[in-house]
Each structure stands twice: as C-alpha cells, then as structure tokens.
Design a protein around this ligand. Structure first.
Ligand SMILES: [Fe+2]
Length: 352
C-alpha cells in the first residue's frame, strides 16, 4: 500500500499538526499494518567453534561475580544493539568457570537454560538445586530467586533464553538481588522431579505458578522418549519427530511466555517447507545438517545456535541423525490469538 501523494498543502498541514504531536495515519498505514509479518530479524547462525574462544576470553577478563552474569549476548544481525535474538526474545551464552558463583537474583522475565557444554554445574531455583549437563533444559520461572555455580573442574557454558524484549515492550520489568550470594536451600536435590515429574503429585497439591514445577528436563529422558517414539516410524513431513516440553500439572507449555521443543530428524531426512509466525531459536544437540531459510543456508552442528525468523519459509536437511532443541514465543502468540502456521502450500492455519 503506497501513501497518498504529497501536495504542498498537505505537507504544510503535516508540519503544522506535527507541533501538536499529531500525525496523519495515511502516510504510515502501509508500514504499520502490513499484509504479512515484516520482521527485522534475520536468519543467522553462531558457530560454537568460532564463538567458544571469545566466550572463554570473557572468562579471563571478568569474573562471574563482577559481571553478575558473564554472558555474550547473541545479537541478531538485523537487531544489533537491542540485546535480542528475535524481536521478542533474548539469548546469550553464559560461562561459569570451576568454583565460580553467579549471585542470586530474581526478575519478572522468565528464563530458560539450555546446556551447551559441560556437566556438573548447578542452578538453584526457589530453594532447590539442580545439577545440569549437556542437552538439559532448565527453567527459572518469573520472580523466583536463582543462582548458578560450578562445582565441577571444567568450564560450563549454556544458552540463556529470556523473554526480556517482550517484558520490556510491555513495561513490566522488575528485578532484585538476594541478600545472600547463594540463596539458602530448603529442599534436597531431586525433590521437584520426584514431586511433580513422575506422573503423580502430592495429595492436595495446588499449583502456585504458571511455569512447570519440574524445573530441569534432563536430556537423557527426552532423548529416550524420542528414541522410543521413533520406533513407530511416524514422521511428520515438516518436523520429523518433534515434542514440546510441558508443565505436567497443567499440560500447557513448560513456561508461560516461551515454548520449548526437541525434535529428531533421521539421517537423510529432508523436511517439507514450513513457516509459523513465531521466530524460532535452535540449538542442535546431535548430528549435522542444514536449515534453508529463504535464500540463506545455515549449516549446523552440535552446540551451534541459529535463528529462523517469523513467517519465513524454511526446511531442515539432516546429513546424520540429528536432534534439535528450539524455543519461541508461541504461548504468547497463541494466547493472544495471533499465531499462524503454514505447511508447504497448504492453507494458513491460525489459532483462535
Ligand atoms: Fe537471572
């Protein structure tokens, strides 16, 4: 939609009303209400092999304590300077060296950790510690105190995924630090998975939050589930075998604002073209392959991070059996009846 022609009279009028904080809608309507999503987010990939040395250098320049969180933000090349990987989501690579502690704090934003490298560091959430390893998906629900520490003898790196850009867009950001560097632990390790993650809950349990009370989803269990499900040979043309992490208490996504997924692609599998309105952040755990997004080819391997922007048609090709973790803002879009998807040339399906 093109803006109507400018005439000297109209231009003079625009200038005059500008002083009263007024503007003509017809000049901007086409850019404001687009026929389909026009995101500034670009398809992009961060190769872990290239990024890791910079992450380790940060470890020599600043301590986790001084930085509060020693993280290299994965800035989308289309959104530089805005600390976001898609328009609505933040992602970064966090490093904790042996013996370090990232001090306890809490914030309105939800956070996820997806473990990229190492084993044995911990996250404490709301009085309970969980030990993390590669491929684990760990949740920090909104406004819960969390601190991280590394009691192993190796550096540990994970991807942080947060809804910070969304929270800030809504002007709903709150944050505070805990009076102690490490919050006191009130429950033993393994309490939450036993209490809520075994198909049972304590009698009379009433949920106290929207996020899943199971705050660590170990990779071994997810992988085992994918492996067992793959034996039925039911592959989705667009997704291979894709599962979504859920809050077992509600059946909803594991987090209120972010959806998380894990998918298995057999060796040689090429998915059919697909697009959805939620820009997706991926991190491969196993296998090698590529994702073709429009004209961009993203060649991936384990520990890389890549982005498929909103509404861009794409497909995956797996050279080896591959497992991909991903996350997006899908729960928000679906709750607001905004989410749409399209499989190949089939009609667009939208959420109500
Ligand atoms: Fe945090």
């Amino acid at each position: 939609m093109e803006a109507p022609k400018r005439t000297p009279e109209r231009t003079a009028y625009y200038k005059e009303i500008d002083g009263q904080n007024l503007a003509p809608l017809w000049e901007v309507l086409g850019a404001l209400v687009t026929r389909e999503p026009k995101t500034p987010t670009l398809p992009a990939i961060w190769k872990y092999k290239q990024v890791r040395p910079q992450v380790m250098r940060a470890g020599q320049l600043i301590t986790a304590k001084e930085a509060e969180r020693r993280v290299l933000v994965l800035e989308n090349p289309g959104l530089r300077g805005q600390s976001c990987i898609t328009h609505s989501l933040y992602a970064g690579l966090q490093l904790i060296l042996p013996g370090e502690v990232a001090p306890s704090h809490r914030h309105a934003a939800s956070a996820l950790r997806f473990i990229i490298e190492g084993k044995g560091a911990y996250t404490s959430v709301d009085g309970e510690k969980t030990i993390m390893g590669e491929g684990d998906f760990v949740i920090t629900p909104p406004w819960t105190f969390h601190d991280h520490g590394n009691e192993s003898d190796r550096p540990m790196v994970w991807m942080d995924g947060l809804d910070v850009p969304l929270v800030n867009f809504l002007d709903t950001s709150f944050m505070e630090t805990h009076p102690q560097e490490m919050q006191p632990l009130t429950r033993p390790v393994g309490d939450a998975p036993a209490r809520y993650g075994q198909g049972v809950v304590p009698l009379g349990y009433v949920p106290t939050q929207k996020s899943s009370p199971v705050f660590n989803y170990p990779y071994a269990r997810t992988r085992e589930a994918l492996d067992a499900m793959s034996k039925s040979g039911e592959w989705d043309a667009c997704h291979g075998l894709k599962v979504q992490y859920i809050n077992p208490v509600s059946g909803d996504y594991a987090m209120p604002t972010m959806a998380t997924f894990m998918q298995l692609l057999p060796k040689g599998f090429k998915t059919s073209p697909y697009r959805s309105t939620d820009g997706m952040v991926y991190s491969p755990v196993e296998g090698r392959g590529r994702t073709v997004v429009g004209d961009t080819v993203l060649e991936w391997e384990p520990r890389d991070v890549f982005v498929v922007p909103s509404w861009m048609q794409h497909h995956h090709e797996a050279d080896e059996e591959a497992v991909l973790f991903s996350f997006s803002d899908r729960p928000v879009q679906q709750k607001l009846a905004l989410w749409r998807e399209q499989r190949g040339n089939e009609p667009v399906v939208r959420s109500h």
